[in-house]
Design a protein around this ligand. Structure first.
Ligand code: F6P
Length: 548
């Protein structure tokens, strides 16, 4: 039976029609002066305000009942204990083990994985120390000044997002070190970088869980060729200028990376959950191993909360249930993530992979086609910038969109030049005011204005409001709170997958895309291809004519 036919789902559908469909958030707030207290949870360094959702106490209780009905508690236990929750690949999804203290790490099929995890972390720490101290040298004996991460998807987005967010936590030992990210298969990022970099002092980190991703391997070949113009001895070239991070040590060896330059993780870490593994090397290079360990600790604190807190106070569970409510019952198909902090600029990109690659599925774990929506379309941008770009659609468009407003509160204390500190602090107040104002306008529409200003507004100025949003305030952005923030979203994704009965840990659609791209590449290289559609044939013919 589809979850849609289940008692808890049916009860929510009835409740929506009877109590919510015709209600405006303005009325819900007027009817309940304690609404914020009722629908907000403060936990660790985070405050989740979900009062601006179209829910009542009854909606919330019915959503919690849906979670119980779907046996969420059991699923959470199974996730943390290493059960094969990735059912199509018969694998565990133990990213939580990467950030747990050794004594809290489960055994996997009898194996003590804590040793392997902490052994690799220690090895990563040694490499970081060698690079920071200048003992890791390039072919001419000079210390490394630039590290280039070659990776894509989960092997790029997490470290890239975190390095951008945590620049101000740079380890003093990394003062002279620049960390760069190259992901695109067309070589444009690499081509630009190679113009500026010095081969003598550049180290490449080849990051690929599978070590078969053509995007990454093609960038790596170009990087190798660039170095080969200066140094002919391949063992020196790779040994001093390449580190590999992968779950496939044999493939790293085949590519020529010596074992001493290999860092490993495992099949039971999904690509989009891998920033906690050795894929996080660029983060550790920037903020040091201590900083990296704080990132892990912050995520672990949220893991503990997710495992132990009752569902009605459980942040990821609440975030997930609200997503189900707005998507499946209110019918909202778009969701925008809006950090009010430029340091979190790349968080929305990171979350698009985390959420859409995980839950962009249409078949249940049991192989049945779903008869309800799963993951919405997610996108985002730094909030104040998005205000001047696409908020008009959020405010007055025809498509309802739900939003996550995310804002670290305290900023510009230590470390900011005294002359500009006061100015920057007042900018932060302005920034927070904008964050709060936008969610208020989205919910109230015209009614946010005093009555006298509302009267006489033309129809094109009329603004309905009633758009749902969540606000997540963070006391301060630090490595630990960033870790916790990412863990909140990871667990939100997992909870939604349990409600929707889908496997969030595979990505067969993407795999098919990779396979077809390989065949097409062969055809382009050969100058001919036997395709059964006139579009591909026509496009290839044009490419061949232009490239001739
Ligand atoms: O995009 C598909 C995907 O398989 C992601 O899941 C993964 O993060 C990315 O490709 C990169 O894969 P790899 O780390 O194996 O190179």
């Amino acid at each position: 039976m589809s979850v849609r036919q289940s008692p808890a789902w049916q009860a929510l559908e009835r409740h929506y029609r009877e109590a919510i469909e015709g209600a405006h958030l303005h009325q819900l707030f007027s009817a309940d002066p304690d609404r914020f207290d009722r629908f907000s949870v403060s936990e660790q360094d985070y405050l989740l305000d979900f009062s601006k959702h179209r829910i009542t106490e009854q909606s919330f209780q019915l959503l919690l009942r849906l979670a119980e009905q779907q046996q969420l508690r059991d699923w959470i236990d199974r996730l943390f204990e290493g059960a094969p929750v990735n059912s199509s690949e018969q694998r565990s999804a133990l990213h939580t083990a990467l950030r747990a203290p050794a004594e809290r790490t489960p055994r996997l099929a009898g194996e003590a994985i804590a040793e392997a995890i902490h052994g690799n972390l220690a090895r990563m720490g040694e490499m970081v120390a060698q690079i920071h101290s200048g003992h890791w040298r390039g072919y001419s004996g000079k210390a490394i000044t630039d590290v280039v991460n070659l990776g894509v998807g989960g092997s790029d987005l997490g470290p890239f997002m975190a390095c951008h967010a945590l620049e101000e936590f740079r380890d003093p030992r990394a003062r002279g070190l620049q960390v760069h990210f190259v992901s695109s298969i067309d070589g444009s990022q690499l081509a630009e970088l190679l113009k500026r970099l010095n081969p003598e002092t550049t180290l490449f980190v080849l990051s690929s869980k599978s070590f078969t991703t053509i995007d990454t391997l093609s960038n790596a070949e170009t990087a190798k060729g660039w170095l080969a113009q200066k140094i002919s001895d391949e063992s020196i070239l790779i040994g001093q200028h390449f580190i590999g991070c992968s779950a496939r040590p044999e493939k790293m060896s085949e590519w020529g990376i010596p074992v001493s330059n290999q860092l490993q993780f495992w099949d039971w870490v999904g690509g989009r959950f891998s920033l906690w593994s050795v894929i996080g090397l660029p983060i550790a290079l920037l903020i040091g191993m201590d900083g990296f360990r704080q990132l892990l600790a912050g995520a672990h604190a949220i893991d503990q909360h997710f495992r132990e807190a009752p569902f009605e106070r459980n942040l990821p569970v609440i975030m997930a249930l609200l997503g189900v409510w707005t998507g499946n019952f209110i019918g909202v198909k778009g969701h925008s993530v809006l950090p009010y902090d430029g340091r979190l600029k790349f968080l929305p990109n990171y979350l698009t992979q985390l959420e859409m690659e995980s839950n962009g599925k249409s078949v249940t774990r049991g192989g049945e086609r779903v008869d309800y929506d799963t993951c919405p379309i997610i996108w985002g941008e730094v909030g104040p910038n998005a205000q001047h770009a696409y908020y008009q659609l959020l405010h007055q468009g025809t498509q309802p969109v739900s939003c996550d407003f995310i804002a670290p509160v305290r900023r510009y204390r230590a470390g900011t030049a005294a002359g500009t500190r006061a100015q920057l602090q007042s900018q932060q107040q302005l920034n927070l005011a904008n964050c709060l104002a936008q969610s208020r306008v989205l919910m109230f529409g015209d009614q946010a204005l005093p009555v006298e200003e509302r009267e006489g507004r033309r129809s094109d100025q009329h603004y309905e409001g009633n758009q749902c949003s969540t606000t997540l305030l963070i006391k301060e952005l630090t490595p630990a709170t960033l870790g916790g923030l990412v863990a909140l979203y990871e667990h939100k994704v997992f909870v939604q997958s349990v409600i929707w009965e889908i496997n969030p840990f595979d990505q067969w659609g993407v795999e098919l895309g990779k396979q077809i791209a390989k065949e097409t590449h062969r055809a382009i290289a050969a100058g001919e291809g036997d395709f059964d559609d006139s579009s591909t044939r026509g496009l290839l013919a044009f490419i061949q004519r232009v490239q001739r």
